[in-house]
Design a protein around this ligand. Structure first.
Ligand code: SP5
Ligand code: ZN
Length: 346
């Protein structure tokens, strides 16, 4: 299986995030990629290729221009205006009854950010653009006939909406790849299956009113887990997209067996849609005891389930782009990624 990866992610290395009221070392680290790459090498999964530079156009089909300019320029403007040089984290959020756009460097972060877990440093935009190029290069491989490719994206993307960052995500790599696939193959459709522990709120928002991209997500129910405000089963799409969004929220503590039941439901919906392509938003924070899930709220998936998830997805027999999302249980992350990819290839 071809792996697409870039070292540019190293430029995104914020020291901390502000999580549940505490400034803590960030869970989403460059080490995650190093660990995955070492495991891929041990398992002889490859070749590993560099991304091609696609330019801004395919990113603009998904994200708002003002937001892209914000991401590119905010770090320097923030520091000049007196913001902490460690990272851009909003202090005032544009919410409901006070949500006017604002360009002041200390205010714009509150307009373009929905939580305090997407810190921006000097290299964040370059890293996010490289991650989008990694996903787009994987998409291009499918367009020229590859059955499966793995885009080792960092920073991850599925929480990023059209004009909002959050949850370690800035550009929605999976959404950018899916939009590219449907634009560049005649009359093509694409399903996005999101198996990260957290709901892919950004991806849902981006495609909510579209019928050419089906979004299906299996995740911790928002009644008890981040991102809390989206991801409920009654969100089924709107307008032309009505019926093209499927959320499968799960209880805390689910094990392999219950998870695979939900996966089969997701795969049935995708098979009924019969898309030309599948994009898999692959998070591994479903693993038992992942540190980003609250204590007691995590799923209880074992390492053995990831190859089985891969085998069941492969049975759809669709050209599949695997896009790396979350996964923070560092000791198991590499093996879990390898397991999924090996299952997909069987
Ligand atoms: C891509 C991705 O997986 N983003 C996840 C961002 C989640 N951030 C907030 C999670 C809140 C959970 N509570 C933390 C408890 C610490 N043990
Ligand atoms: Zn996650």
């Amino acid at each position: 299986m071809i792996v697409v990866a870039s070292d540019t992610h190293l430029q995104h290395n914020p020291p901390h995030e502000f999580l549940d009221g505490a400034l803590i070392p960030i869970y989403e680290t460059p080490e995650r990629v190093a660990i995955i790459r070492a495991a891929l090498e041990r398992a002889a999964i490859g070749p590993v290729v560099e991304p091609r530079a696609f330019g801004i156009e395919p990113v603009r089909t998904v994200h708002d221009d003002g937001y892209l300019t914000y991401l590119e320029t905010i770090y320097d403007r923030w520091v000049v205006a007196g913001g902490a040089p460690e990272a851009v984290i909003p202090g005032t959020l544009a919410v409901r009854w006070m949500s006017r756009p604002h360009d002041h460097p200390l205010a714009a972060p509150g307009y373009y950010t929905f939580d305090t877990c997407a810190p921006i440093v000097a290299g964040t935009y370059a890293a996010a653009r490289a991650a989008a190029d990694v996903a787009l290069t994987g998409a291009e491989l499918l367009l020229i006939g590859s059955r499966c490719a793995y885009a080792l994206c960092r920073p991850p993307g599925h929480h990023a909406g059209r004009d909002l960052c959050g949850g370690y995500c800035f550009l929605n790599n999976a959404a950018i790849a899916a939009a590219y696939l449907v634009r560049n193959a005649p009359d093509a459709t694409c399903a996005i299956l999101d198996i990260d522990f957290h709901h892919g709120n950004g991806t849902q928002q981006i495609f909510y009113e579209r019928s050419d991209v089906l979004f299906v997500s299996i995740h911790a129910a928002p009644s008890y887990q981040y991102p809390f405000f989206l991801g409920y089963a009654d969100e089924r799409g709107a307008g032309a997209g009505e019926g093209y969004n499927l959320n499968l929220p799960l209880d805390a503590g689910v094990g392999d067996r219950e998870y695979l039941v939900a996966l089969d439901r997701a795969l049935d919906a995708i098979a009924a849609f019969a898309p030309r392509f599948l994009v898999l938003s692959a998070g591994f924070d479903t693993f038992e005891g992942d540190p980003v899930a609250n204590h007691g709220d995590s799923f209880a998936l074992s390492m053995a389930v990831y190859p089985e998830i891969g085998r069941r997805i492969a049975a759809l027999n669709l050209p599949t782009l695997v896009v790396q999302e979350g996964g923070y249980a560092i000791d198991a992350l590499g093996d879990n990624v390898v397991g999924l990819l090996q299952g997909l290839e069987e």
